[in-house]
Each structure stands twice: as C-alpha cells, then as structure tokens.
Write a protein that binds this ligand. Structure first.
Ligand code: MG
Length: 374
C-alpha cells in the first residue's frame, strides 16, 4: 500500500453501515474477501458467458471470466501503482448481477419487466442490489456492506432517472464525471478480457477460424509475427500463443497510454481524476483496432446461428418463467413470496430469475412446462 500513486484511492469514504477498520487487511481487501465468500459469486460458475457451460468444460463461465478480469485488472493496477485490492474487488463483483444465459437473459428479463411494470432490469444495477441488499449472511445488515469505492466501481453506468435515486453514488452520472482510476480500469479490464477470451472460445468451438480472423488488423499483425518467429507452429498452440500475444500487447498499450494521459492532463490528485475525461484508455490507434475486433466478433461469433439458436431457447425459458411466477406468486419459493410485500411482485420475480444459474433455470422451466414424467 505504501507505493500507491498520488492519484490512487487510499482510503474509503465509508460503508452504508459503520464498521470497525479491519485489523490485518485493507478496507478494499475486506470487500474482495466478502465478494469471494458470497453466494452470488459461487453461482457465477454456472452462468453463461457466451457458451452454455455444459457445451464443454473448457469454455469460459461468468466465474472464470470474472477471475480473468481480476487478473488483468491486478496486473495493470500494479504497473500504475493503483490500489490493487480495490481493482480486484470491483472486477470480481462486476458481473454478480448477471442473469442466466448471458446477455440474452438480461435483454429478455428487461423486456418482461418493462412490459409488466414499466421498470427495466439491468445487470449492473442488479450487481449493486446484490451487494447492498440481497446477500443474506451478516447479522448486522443486509448485503455485504461494501465500501463506497467498490460500489462506485460496480455501478459502471446507469440512467439519469436511476442516478437521482442513488444518493452519493449517482452524483457522477448526473455531473457526467469520471469515477476513480481503479473503477475506470476495472471497466476496461472487463472489455479487454472478454474480447480475447471470446476469440479463444470461438476458435475452440470451431465457430470462427484463424483464417477468418486475418481480416482483423490487430490479429493479422500478430499472426504474421508468429508465423515468422515460429514457422512450424500451428493448430491449438498457435491459437493459444496468438491470444496470449494479443492480451499482452493490449495491456502494454493500456498501461502506456494511461501513463501518457496522466502526464498530459496533469493528474496529480484523486480529485483531478474525477474530471470529464476518462484517463484509463487505450491509445487512439489501439482503440480503433479494438473497435474493429468487436465488430468482427459481433458479426461472426455473437450472431452465429449456433449462438443465435441458444439465444432463442434461453429467451423462451426466461419469458416462460417470468410469466409463470407473475401469474401465480404461489409458484415462487416461500422466502421470495415473503418479500413481495416490501419489494413488489415484479422486482421479487426479477431477483429470483436473475439469481438462477443456467441449469437451475432449465430445471425450473422443465418443472413448470414439461408434461412428461410428472
Ligand atoms: Mg463482464
């Protein structure tokens, strides 16, 4: 902690409920540990990233994704002398609020909630709801009672309407200013990690090929370099070496470009960080290359028919479950029925469904809608 840069987060503004300062770890280290011990964190193991986890044991899940984001976050944070514990806590918690079946689950639940009550569902806000309210493990409070700084990092974005209801946490959205460098970093680390591991998983699944990837500038450059350095390298080892090189190259660019931003914008204190310009960014050239890569992934991986078929099925399950629970609340587990009076039926149903793992959602759907084997 002694090596922290002058613009790093050093202390916390506090927690929702006052607690004594931890004796042998930092405040943010305590946040990280609480996140790792939460039920929502364990459930990430059985939630989809892009591929459903029973399609193959080696594909990413939300849990392995979160660990990889934390790894990227930690590496960059220590190179920049930022608060590593804080970055790690934010990275590990950033996807806690994800529904089963990845983004399609969120989109479907959002649309169900809009139609039913005019409120939406957003995984980012749900992550915050989990750490602030839904985890039930402490005698003194609901949620995990995390620090302001970790909560600020978890809430990557939100609407102005929601920001007005969030007190201190919403102010930066209303003022259109930036959060801590640690929060900015966790956000970029998320994107960096999933772009490259989606390439890795997409190649493994055979949905995209190395030849196809040559149309993306950043990959073409790396492949040319690898072919020259290792002319005999091919197959899986080439694919793995490629992904490793891409991650390294991108991380180096992120570190160097952020350091140059710090200099350029004369960032000295934490207050300087909270201006209108994001400081943790790629260089302009790298940002362009990442954009091109994202476009490629959208067209060739996320829209591939095998992924789309899965999306269709997943949306059907989420919609079916939502309609069933909303039409008859006695189908909900009793612990959830008990919360209807304070939270309202629709929010309780959204909490229940979004907390499900992929396989639990499958099972619930089959229980309610499959007529064989009654
Ligand atoms: Mg993520």
């Amino acid at each position: 902690m002694n090596n922290l840069a002058s613009y790093a987060v050093k202390t916390t503004k506090g927690r929702l409920h006052n607690e004594e300062t931890p004796k042998y770890r930092s405040e943010f280290g305590r946040d990280r540990d609480r996140i790792i011990h939460s039920s929502a964190f364990r459930r990430l193991e059985y939630k989809t990233q892009v591929f459903i986890n029973h399609e193959g044991d080696l594909f990413r899940t939300r849990l392995t994704h979160s660990l990889e984001v934390a790894q990227v976050g930690r590496s960059v944070a220590s190179a920049l002398n930022l608060n590593v514990d804080l970055v790690e806590a934010i990275c590990l918690a950033h996807d806690l609020g994800h529904t089963p079946f990845g983004h399609v689950g969120q989109d479907e639940l959002n649309s169900c909630m809009h139609k039913a009550c005019g409120e939406g569902f957003e995984h980012n806000l749900q992550s915050l709801r989990i750490v602030d309210k839904l985890e039930e493990r402490y005698a003194d409070f609901d949620g995990l009672n995390l620090t302001f700084e970790t909560r600020e990092g978890i809430l990557k974005h939100c609407s102005l309407k929601t920001a007005k209801t969030l007190g201190d946490l919403g102010i930066r959205f209303l003022n259109k200013t930036q959060p801590s460098l640690e929060a900015q970093l966790a956000n970029v680390a998320d994107e960096l990690a999933y772009n490259f591991h989606d390439i890795d998983d997409g190649l493994r699944a055979g949905i995209i090929t190395l030849e196809q990837l040559e149309e993306v500038a950043i990959i073409d450059e790396e492949l040319k370099y690898l072919h020259k350095k290792y002319p005999a390298l091919s197959g899986r080892r080439l694919h793995k070496e490629l992904v490793r090189h891409l991650i390294n190259k991108t991380i180096y660019d992120l570190i160097e470009s952020t350091l140059s931003n710090i200099k350029k914008y004369n960032i000295i204190t934490m207050d300087n960080v909270r201006g209108i310009i994001p400081i943790v960014t790629y260089s302009e050239l790298m940002a362009q290359k990442q954009k091109e890569l994202k476009k490629f992934l959208h067209k060739n991986l996320y829209k591939h028919s095998s992924v789309m078929q899965l999306r269709f099925k997943s949306a059907t399950i989420i919609r079916g479950l939502f309609e069933a629970f909303v039409s008859d609340e006695s189908l909900l587990p009793e612990a959830y029925q008990d919360k209807i009076a304070s939270c309202g039926l629709y929010r309780v149903v959204a909490d229940y469904i979004s907390g499900m793992t992929d396989r639990y959602a499958f099972r619930q759907y089959n229980k309610l809608f499959t007529v064989e084997n009654i």
